[in-house]
Ligand binder design. Structure first.
Ligand code: AMP
Ligand code: ZN
Length: 460
């Protein structure tokens, strides 16, 4: 398995610290609003990362944090006049719904920042004690010049200079500064504060991820992922905090998927150029069409989102669905003649080459095309059929684009009724039943041999 490591800017062979368990930390959503499909591009990528590791036989422990306290969540909950916890719980629930719809396997743990304050306190106190942090009136700051490797991920040079300090969670590389580990309470924070071993206040964003990674996965993890915008300052700061605290290497492989764009600009809340998954669903799209669209692109390249591309992806899913349903019903014979190669070698090579799901999909559809050819011939060898179906299911273990949905009995019997009416050339009544089935979310496809296949109706 090869992974492009942002730290070295090289494609490297993946070697876990412990072959029995691969430890992965992924930066999760800041739950101040619905996540947009740009965020979801990153979350689909995390899922691919996990599935590829599992495909290679690794056991994975994946932790994804929920940022439920930071500048944005506090500001938005106050504007809405809702208590922070209630406010963020709402958006956390919506986020969970979205990832389920996208066939994203749940993380092993979703720690909430507000449940990890004690761990943050511990780290901050030690950083202060060891001279990496200092206290001012408005908080406790990390002194970046004290950490000799500061800038190693984003390739920023720091040296021994002194820096001004910054209180905001997000800032640009040009604003290189000492950053807030802990922010002293001010009236904008309202009821959001903790009192304990630190002055009355609340954590900065970056310390949250260090604390949740170290406390749930230990000082060193195999892989840390997050969207490319997180390289600086978020991940740079995470390294500085974590390595100064534990004295150990924080992360072995850093993996950063690229952004989803709209008209050439990063999709983001602040630019107001975003769509949510609900927006896509409202336009009648199947969430899995979005997943397929993401898998079809190179995660290391920017991707401009268009509805045309989404429509194409949905059409592909639709055809795939019809093919597989018809193939499952295809008559079998004992043909033992020469069979086309249905190995997984090329697929393995694709996905193990830095999660190249685009090339993986090419292999997947190569096998689907063999199934299509057999459907045209009206017959398939018993052994070949099993081989084709096994290959498709194995590959889908990584891709996750096939749905296991049931056709209700009522739809089955309506379809049978329609088929009988057609045999009696009672077209009008048969068409009326087709409409009825459609309204209930399914579609009957008539096959050339007179049989029929029922599939989900994606365009409702
Ligand atoms: P946030 O909720 O802003 O903390 O972001 C959650 C995740 O989504 C992070 O890993 C971000 O890097 C990622 N992200 C934000 N915007 C985009 C985008 N337009 N495309 C891809 N990933 C994004
Ligand atoms: Zn993070």
């Amino acid at each position: 398995m090869k992974i492009f490591n942002t730290m070295t800017r090289k494609l490297e062979e993946f070697k876990p610290d412990d072959r029995k368990l691969v430890k992965v930390y992924c930066c999760g959503p800041t739950v101040y609003d619905f996540v947009h499909i740009g965020n979801l591009r990153s979350f689909v990528f995390y899922d691919v990362l996990r599935r590829v590791l599992e495909y290679n036989g690794f056991k994975v422990r994946l932790v994804m944090n929920i940022t439920d306290v930071d500048d944005k969540t506090i500001k938005k909950s106050r504007e809405a006049g809702v208590e922070l916890k209630e406010y963020t719980e709402n958006y956390t629930r919506y986020f969970m719904e979205d990832i389920k719809k996208l066939n994203i396997k749940p993380a092993d743990l979703y720690p909430h920042a507000t449940d990890s304050i004690v761990e943050m306190e511990k780290i901050i106190l030690k950083l202060k004690e060891d001279g990496f942090a200092y206290e001012t009136d408005d908080g406790i700051y990390y002194e970046i010049s004290k950490f000799k490797d500061y800038g190693k991920l984003s390739k920023t040079r720091v040296g021994d200079s002194t820096f001004s300090r910054i209180n905001a969670d997000e800032y640009e590389k040009d604003n290189l500064a000492d950053f807030a580990l802990w922010k002293a309470w001010d009236k904008e924070d309202g009821e959001v504060y903790w009192t304990g071993k630190l002055p009355k206040g609340r954590p900065g964003w970056h310390i949250e991820c260090s604390a949740m990674s170290i406390s749930n996965l230990g000082p060193t993890i195999d892989i840390h992922s997050g969207g490319i915008d997180l390289i600086f300052p978020h991940h740079e700061n995470e390294i500085a905090q974590s390595e100064a605290y534990t004295g150990k290497k924080f992360v072995n492989y850093w993996v950063h998927p690229e952004h989803l764009l709209v008209n050439g600009k990063k999709m983001s809340k602040s630019l107001k150029n975003f769509y949510t998954l609900k927006d896509l669903e409202r336009s009648g799209f199947d969430p899995l069409a979005f997943r397929l669209l993401m898998l079809d692109s190179d995660h290391k390249a920017k991707l401009d989102f268009t509805f045309e591309a989404l429509e194409k992806a949905e059409k592909t899913l639709d055809d795939l669905d019809i093919t597989l349903k018809s193939f499952a019903k295809l008559k079998e014979n004992d043909r033992n003649g020469p069979e086309p190669e249905i190995g997984l070698k090329a697929f393995d090579a694709a996905i193990n080459n830095d999660f190249d799901t685009h090339a993986g999909l090419v292999e997947f559809f190569r096998v689907v095309d063999i199934a299509r050819a057999r459907i045209k011939e009206g017959m398939v060898g018993k052994r070949e059929k099993t081989k084709i179906l096994d290959a498709i299911n194995t590959m889908d273990g990584v891709l996750g684009i096939l749905e296991g949905y049931n056709i209700p009995d009522s739809i089955e019997s309506l379809s049978k009724e329609r088929s009988d009416l057609r045999r009696k050339k009672n077209w009008n009544e048969a068409d009326a039943i087709r409409e009825k089935i459609k309204k209930r979310g399914f579609r009957v496809i008539d096959m050339v041999d007179g049989s029929y296949t029922i599939v989900k109706n994606r365009r409702v």
